[in-house]
Design a protein around this ligand. Sequence first.
Ligand SMILES: [Zn+2]
Length: 211
Amino acid sequence: MPPTDLLGLERRSIRSRLGAVLQEPGEQRPSKATAKSEARNATIGAWQARWQATSKAAWTGCVVPDLGRWLGRTVPWVPLTFHMAQALTGHGCFQWYLHRMGMATSPRCWQCADDSDTAEHTLFQCVYWEGFREALTSRLGHRPNTIDVSDIIYGPVFETLPLDPIDKQAVLIEAEEVFKLFYRMVENILTTKEDEERRRQAAERPPNSPN
Ligand SMILES: [Zn+2]
């Protein structure tokens, strides 16, 4: 959902366009549907500009750089799971993030001792998780990387889909399969990583401490 203030502006702009006093003879007010869809496009444009300007969302901006495509995606509109949200925002079980938030002593990766355990490192670079990437790697024909994420989560651009219904269906099914493999990879890596993190923390705790 776009931010509330932008939605407020959008509603006001629709109202003022529909209620505007006509200046020219023969001038017509836009239809309600046109005014609504034009206002929504303006909202998405403003939202995207804001998104790109927000350094806090740097990782998300990297993988979801095009809000228009995100909202018009051709893969199934499944709700973001807890882990998928972590993967797309970079806010989760990543030592780099935990360290920045004061919840870890170092940004170092526990699995491979890399200096910086970011979402990108965990999902695409850390050798420790290589086995979890295999299915997606063989489907894509290459190791998945950050650049692949936007195509995977948006699906093919609607306008570029084949006109032939059977070809079109094949492209959409392929996109859905890749999308499911990506979801599964993210779930598997992050679930396992959290389990390992819990075990590691429990092992570090003095024997008599609570929890
Ligand atoms: Zn690592």
